[in-house]
Design a protein around this ligand. Structure first.
Ligand code: SAH
Length: 356
């Protein structure tokens, strides 16, 4: 029987686990939880034998019932611009990617929520890989722990300052595990990332956006990519299910509850969504709810049928949004040479055929 993974447990669950499964002085369970949490998430220790000030009996007890093992690194690639991409091998053999993007003021870790994806957005490389599975909470958290090990980021000054759920998969189709992982990330006795240091990106799953407003309450990014249903449906099939009008409604609600603007992601695709007509429609949409726009350069990948917009068009599009008074940024592509940029992630993992 495989052991339960400690990184699947929230602080409260770990506390209950100790109370229910370990012969420990119950009065001390809270203190023990706190000690364990700090060893794991503040110091980054992974061998329980190195945890000081915990009685041997409890250590043995925990070791017999919980796994503290990290997932393995299968491959590491470093881009010319300093971006690092790790290919991680999960315990079930599946592969998933995590990317670290350093910049002057911050270090952003881009993590995956699924192996593969169900959405099939036409411009996204992950979309060509069929959905394999949802990541467990432990597998999501492990991406951060492994990156912190690699970057020697267990000191008081954080190297990874921001976490974005923008890797492989749709976070809101793995809602419960993503929600739990965010509770672990936010806990200030451990990894201690505040709501303003975490961004969850979604292709737009309306019911989950509403739920997440109160349950997740980090920054929210919406991958919009088209300003009308007709075009959005062509490039993002999910729009057949959740229309732009519903997305705006749910995002308005999210923004109201969290008192923060929603980031709109918009990849500029040559002759597809980069016309003046599109920018005008986009301006109208943006006036309907508190939002700011992130224009993204399209990153090509083998076999894709789209091209990036030319620089002149990008600038024109950017200026028209800016002149309308809305906040807009042009995101530079990072890690393109190692296929580590937005929309380039894909692994060899495939769904296993059902055994007979
Ligand atoms: N499923 C979620 C999380 C993935 S985030 C979502 O759609 O938001 C990955 C981001 O990269 C999304 O905004 C996605 O639309 C964008 N993206 C996908 N393919 C891209 C490409 N080829 N070039 C640039 N950005 C891309």
């Amino acid at each position: 029987m495989s052991l339960q993974n400690i990184y699947d447990l929230t602080y409260e669950e770990l506390n209950n686990f100790i109370i229910n499964n370990c012969s420990t002085d119950l009065k001390k369970s809270g203190m023990r939880t706190n000690q364990l949490w700090k060893f794991i998430y503040k110091k980054g220790l992974k061998d329980i034998l190195h945890f000081s000030n915990i009685p041997d009996e409890l250590k043995n007890n925990l070791k017999q019932q919980l796994s503290f093992k990290r997932i393995d690194i299968a491959e590491k690639k470093i881009s010319n611009d300093g971006t690092i991409k790790w290919l991680l091998k999960l315990q079930d053999g599946n592969l998933v990617e995590t990317v670290f993007i350093p910049s002057d003021k911050r270090g952003t870790l881009c993590i995956s929520s699924q192996v593969g994806c169900t959405l099939n957005c036409k411009f996204c490389h992950t979309g060509t890989q069929l959905m394999v599975k949802n990541l467990s909470t432990a597998e999501i958290i492990n991406q951060i722990l492994v990156a912190k090990d690699e970057l020697k980021d267990w000191g008081t000054q954080k190297i990874i300052t921001n976490i974005v759920y923008m890797g492989m998969g749709e976070p809101f189709y793995n809602y419960n595990n993503v929600k739990k992982s965010i509770a672990i990330l936010k806990n200030n006795q451990g990894l201690d990332y505040s709501a303003k240091k975490i961004t969850v990106s979604t292709a737009g799953i309306t019911p989950e956006i509403i739920k997440a407003a109160k349950e997740i309450s980090t920054y929210l990014a919406l991958s919009l990519h088209a300003p009308n249903d007709e075009l959005r449906e062509k490039i993002m099939p999910i729009n057949k299910k959740y229309k732009i009008k519903d997305l705006i409604e749910s995002c308005s609600y999210y923004a109201k509850i969290n008192k923060e603007k929603i980031f709109l992601e918009y990849v500029l695709l040559k002759n597809i969504n980069d016309s003046e007509h599109c920018s005008k429609q986009l301006i109208k949409l943006m006036s309907k709810f508190p939002s700011k726009l992130n224009l993204i350069e399209f990153n090509a990948w083998p076999g894709v049928g789209y091209e990036p917009s030319d620089q002149e068009t990008v600038q024109k599009f950017y200026r028209s949004i800016k002149n309308s008074g809305h906040i807009v940024t042009l995101r530079k592509s990072r890690g393109e040479d190692i296929l580590g940029a937005c929309g380039q992630l894909k692994t060899e993992s495939q769904r296993k055929p059902k055994s007979l």
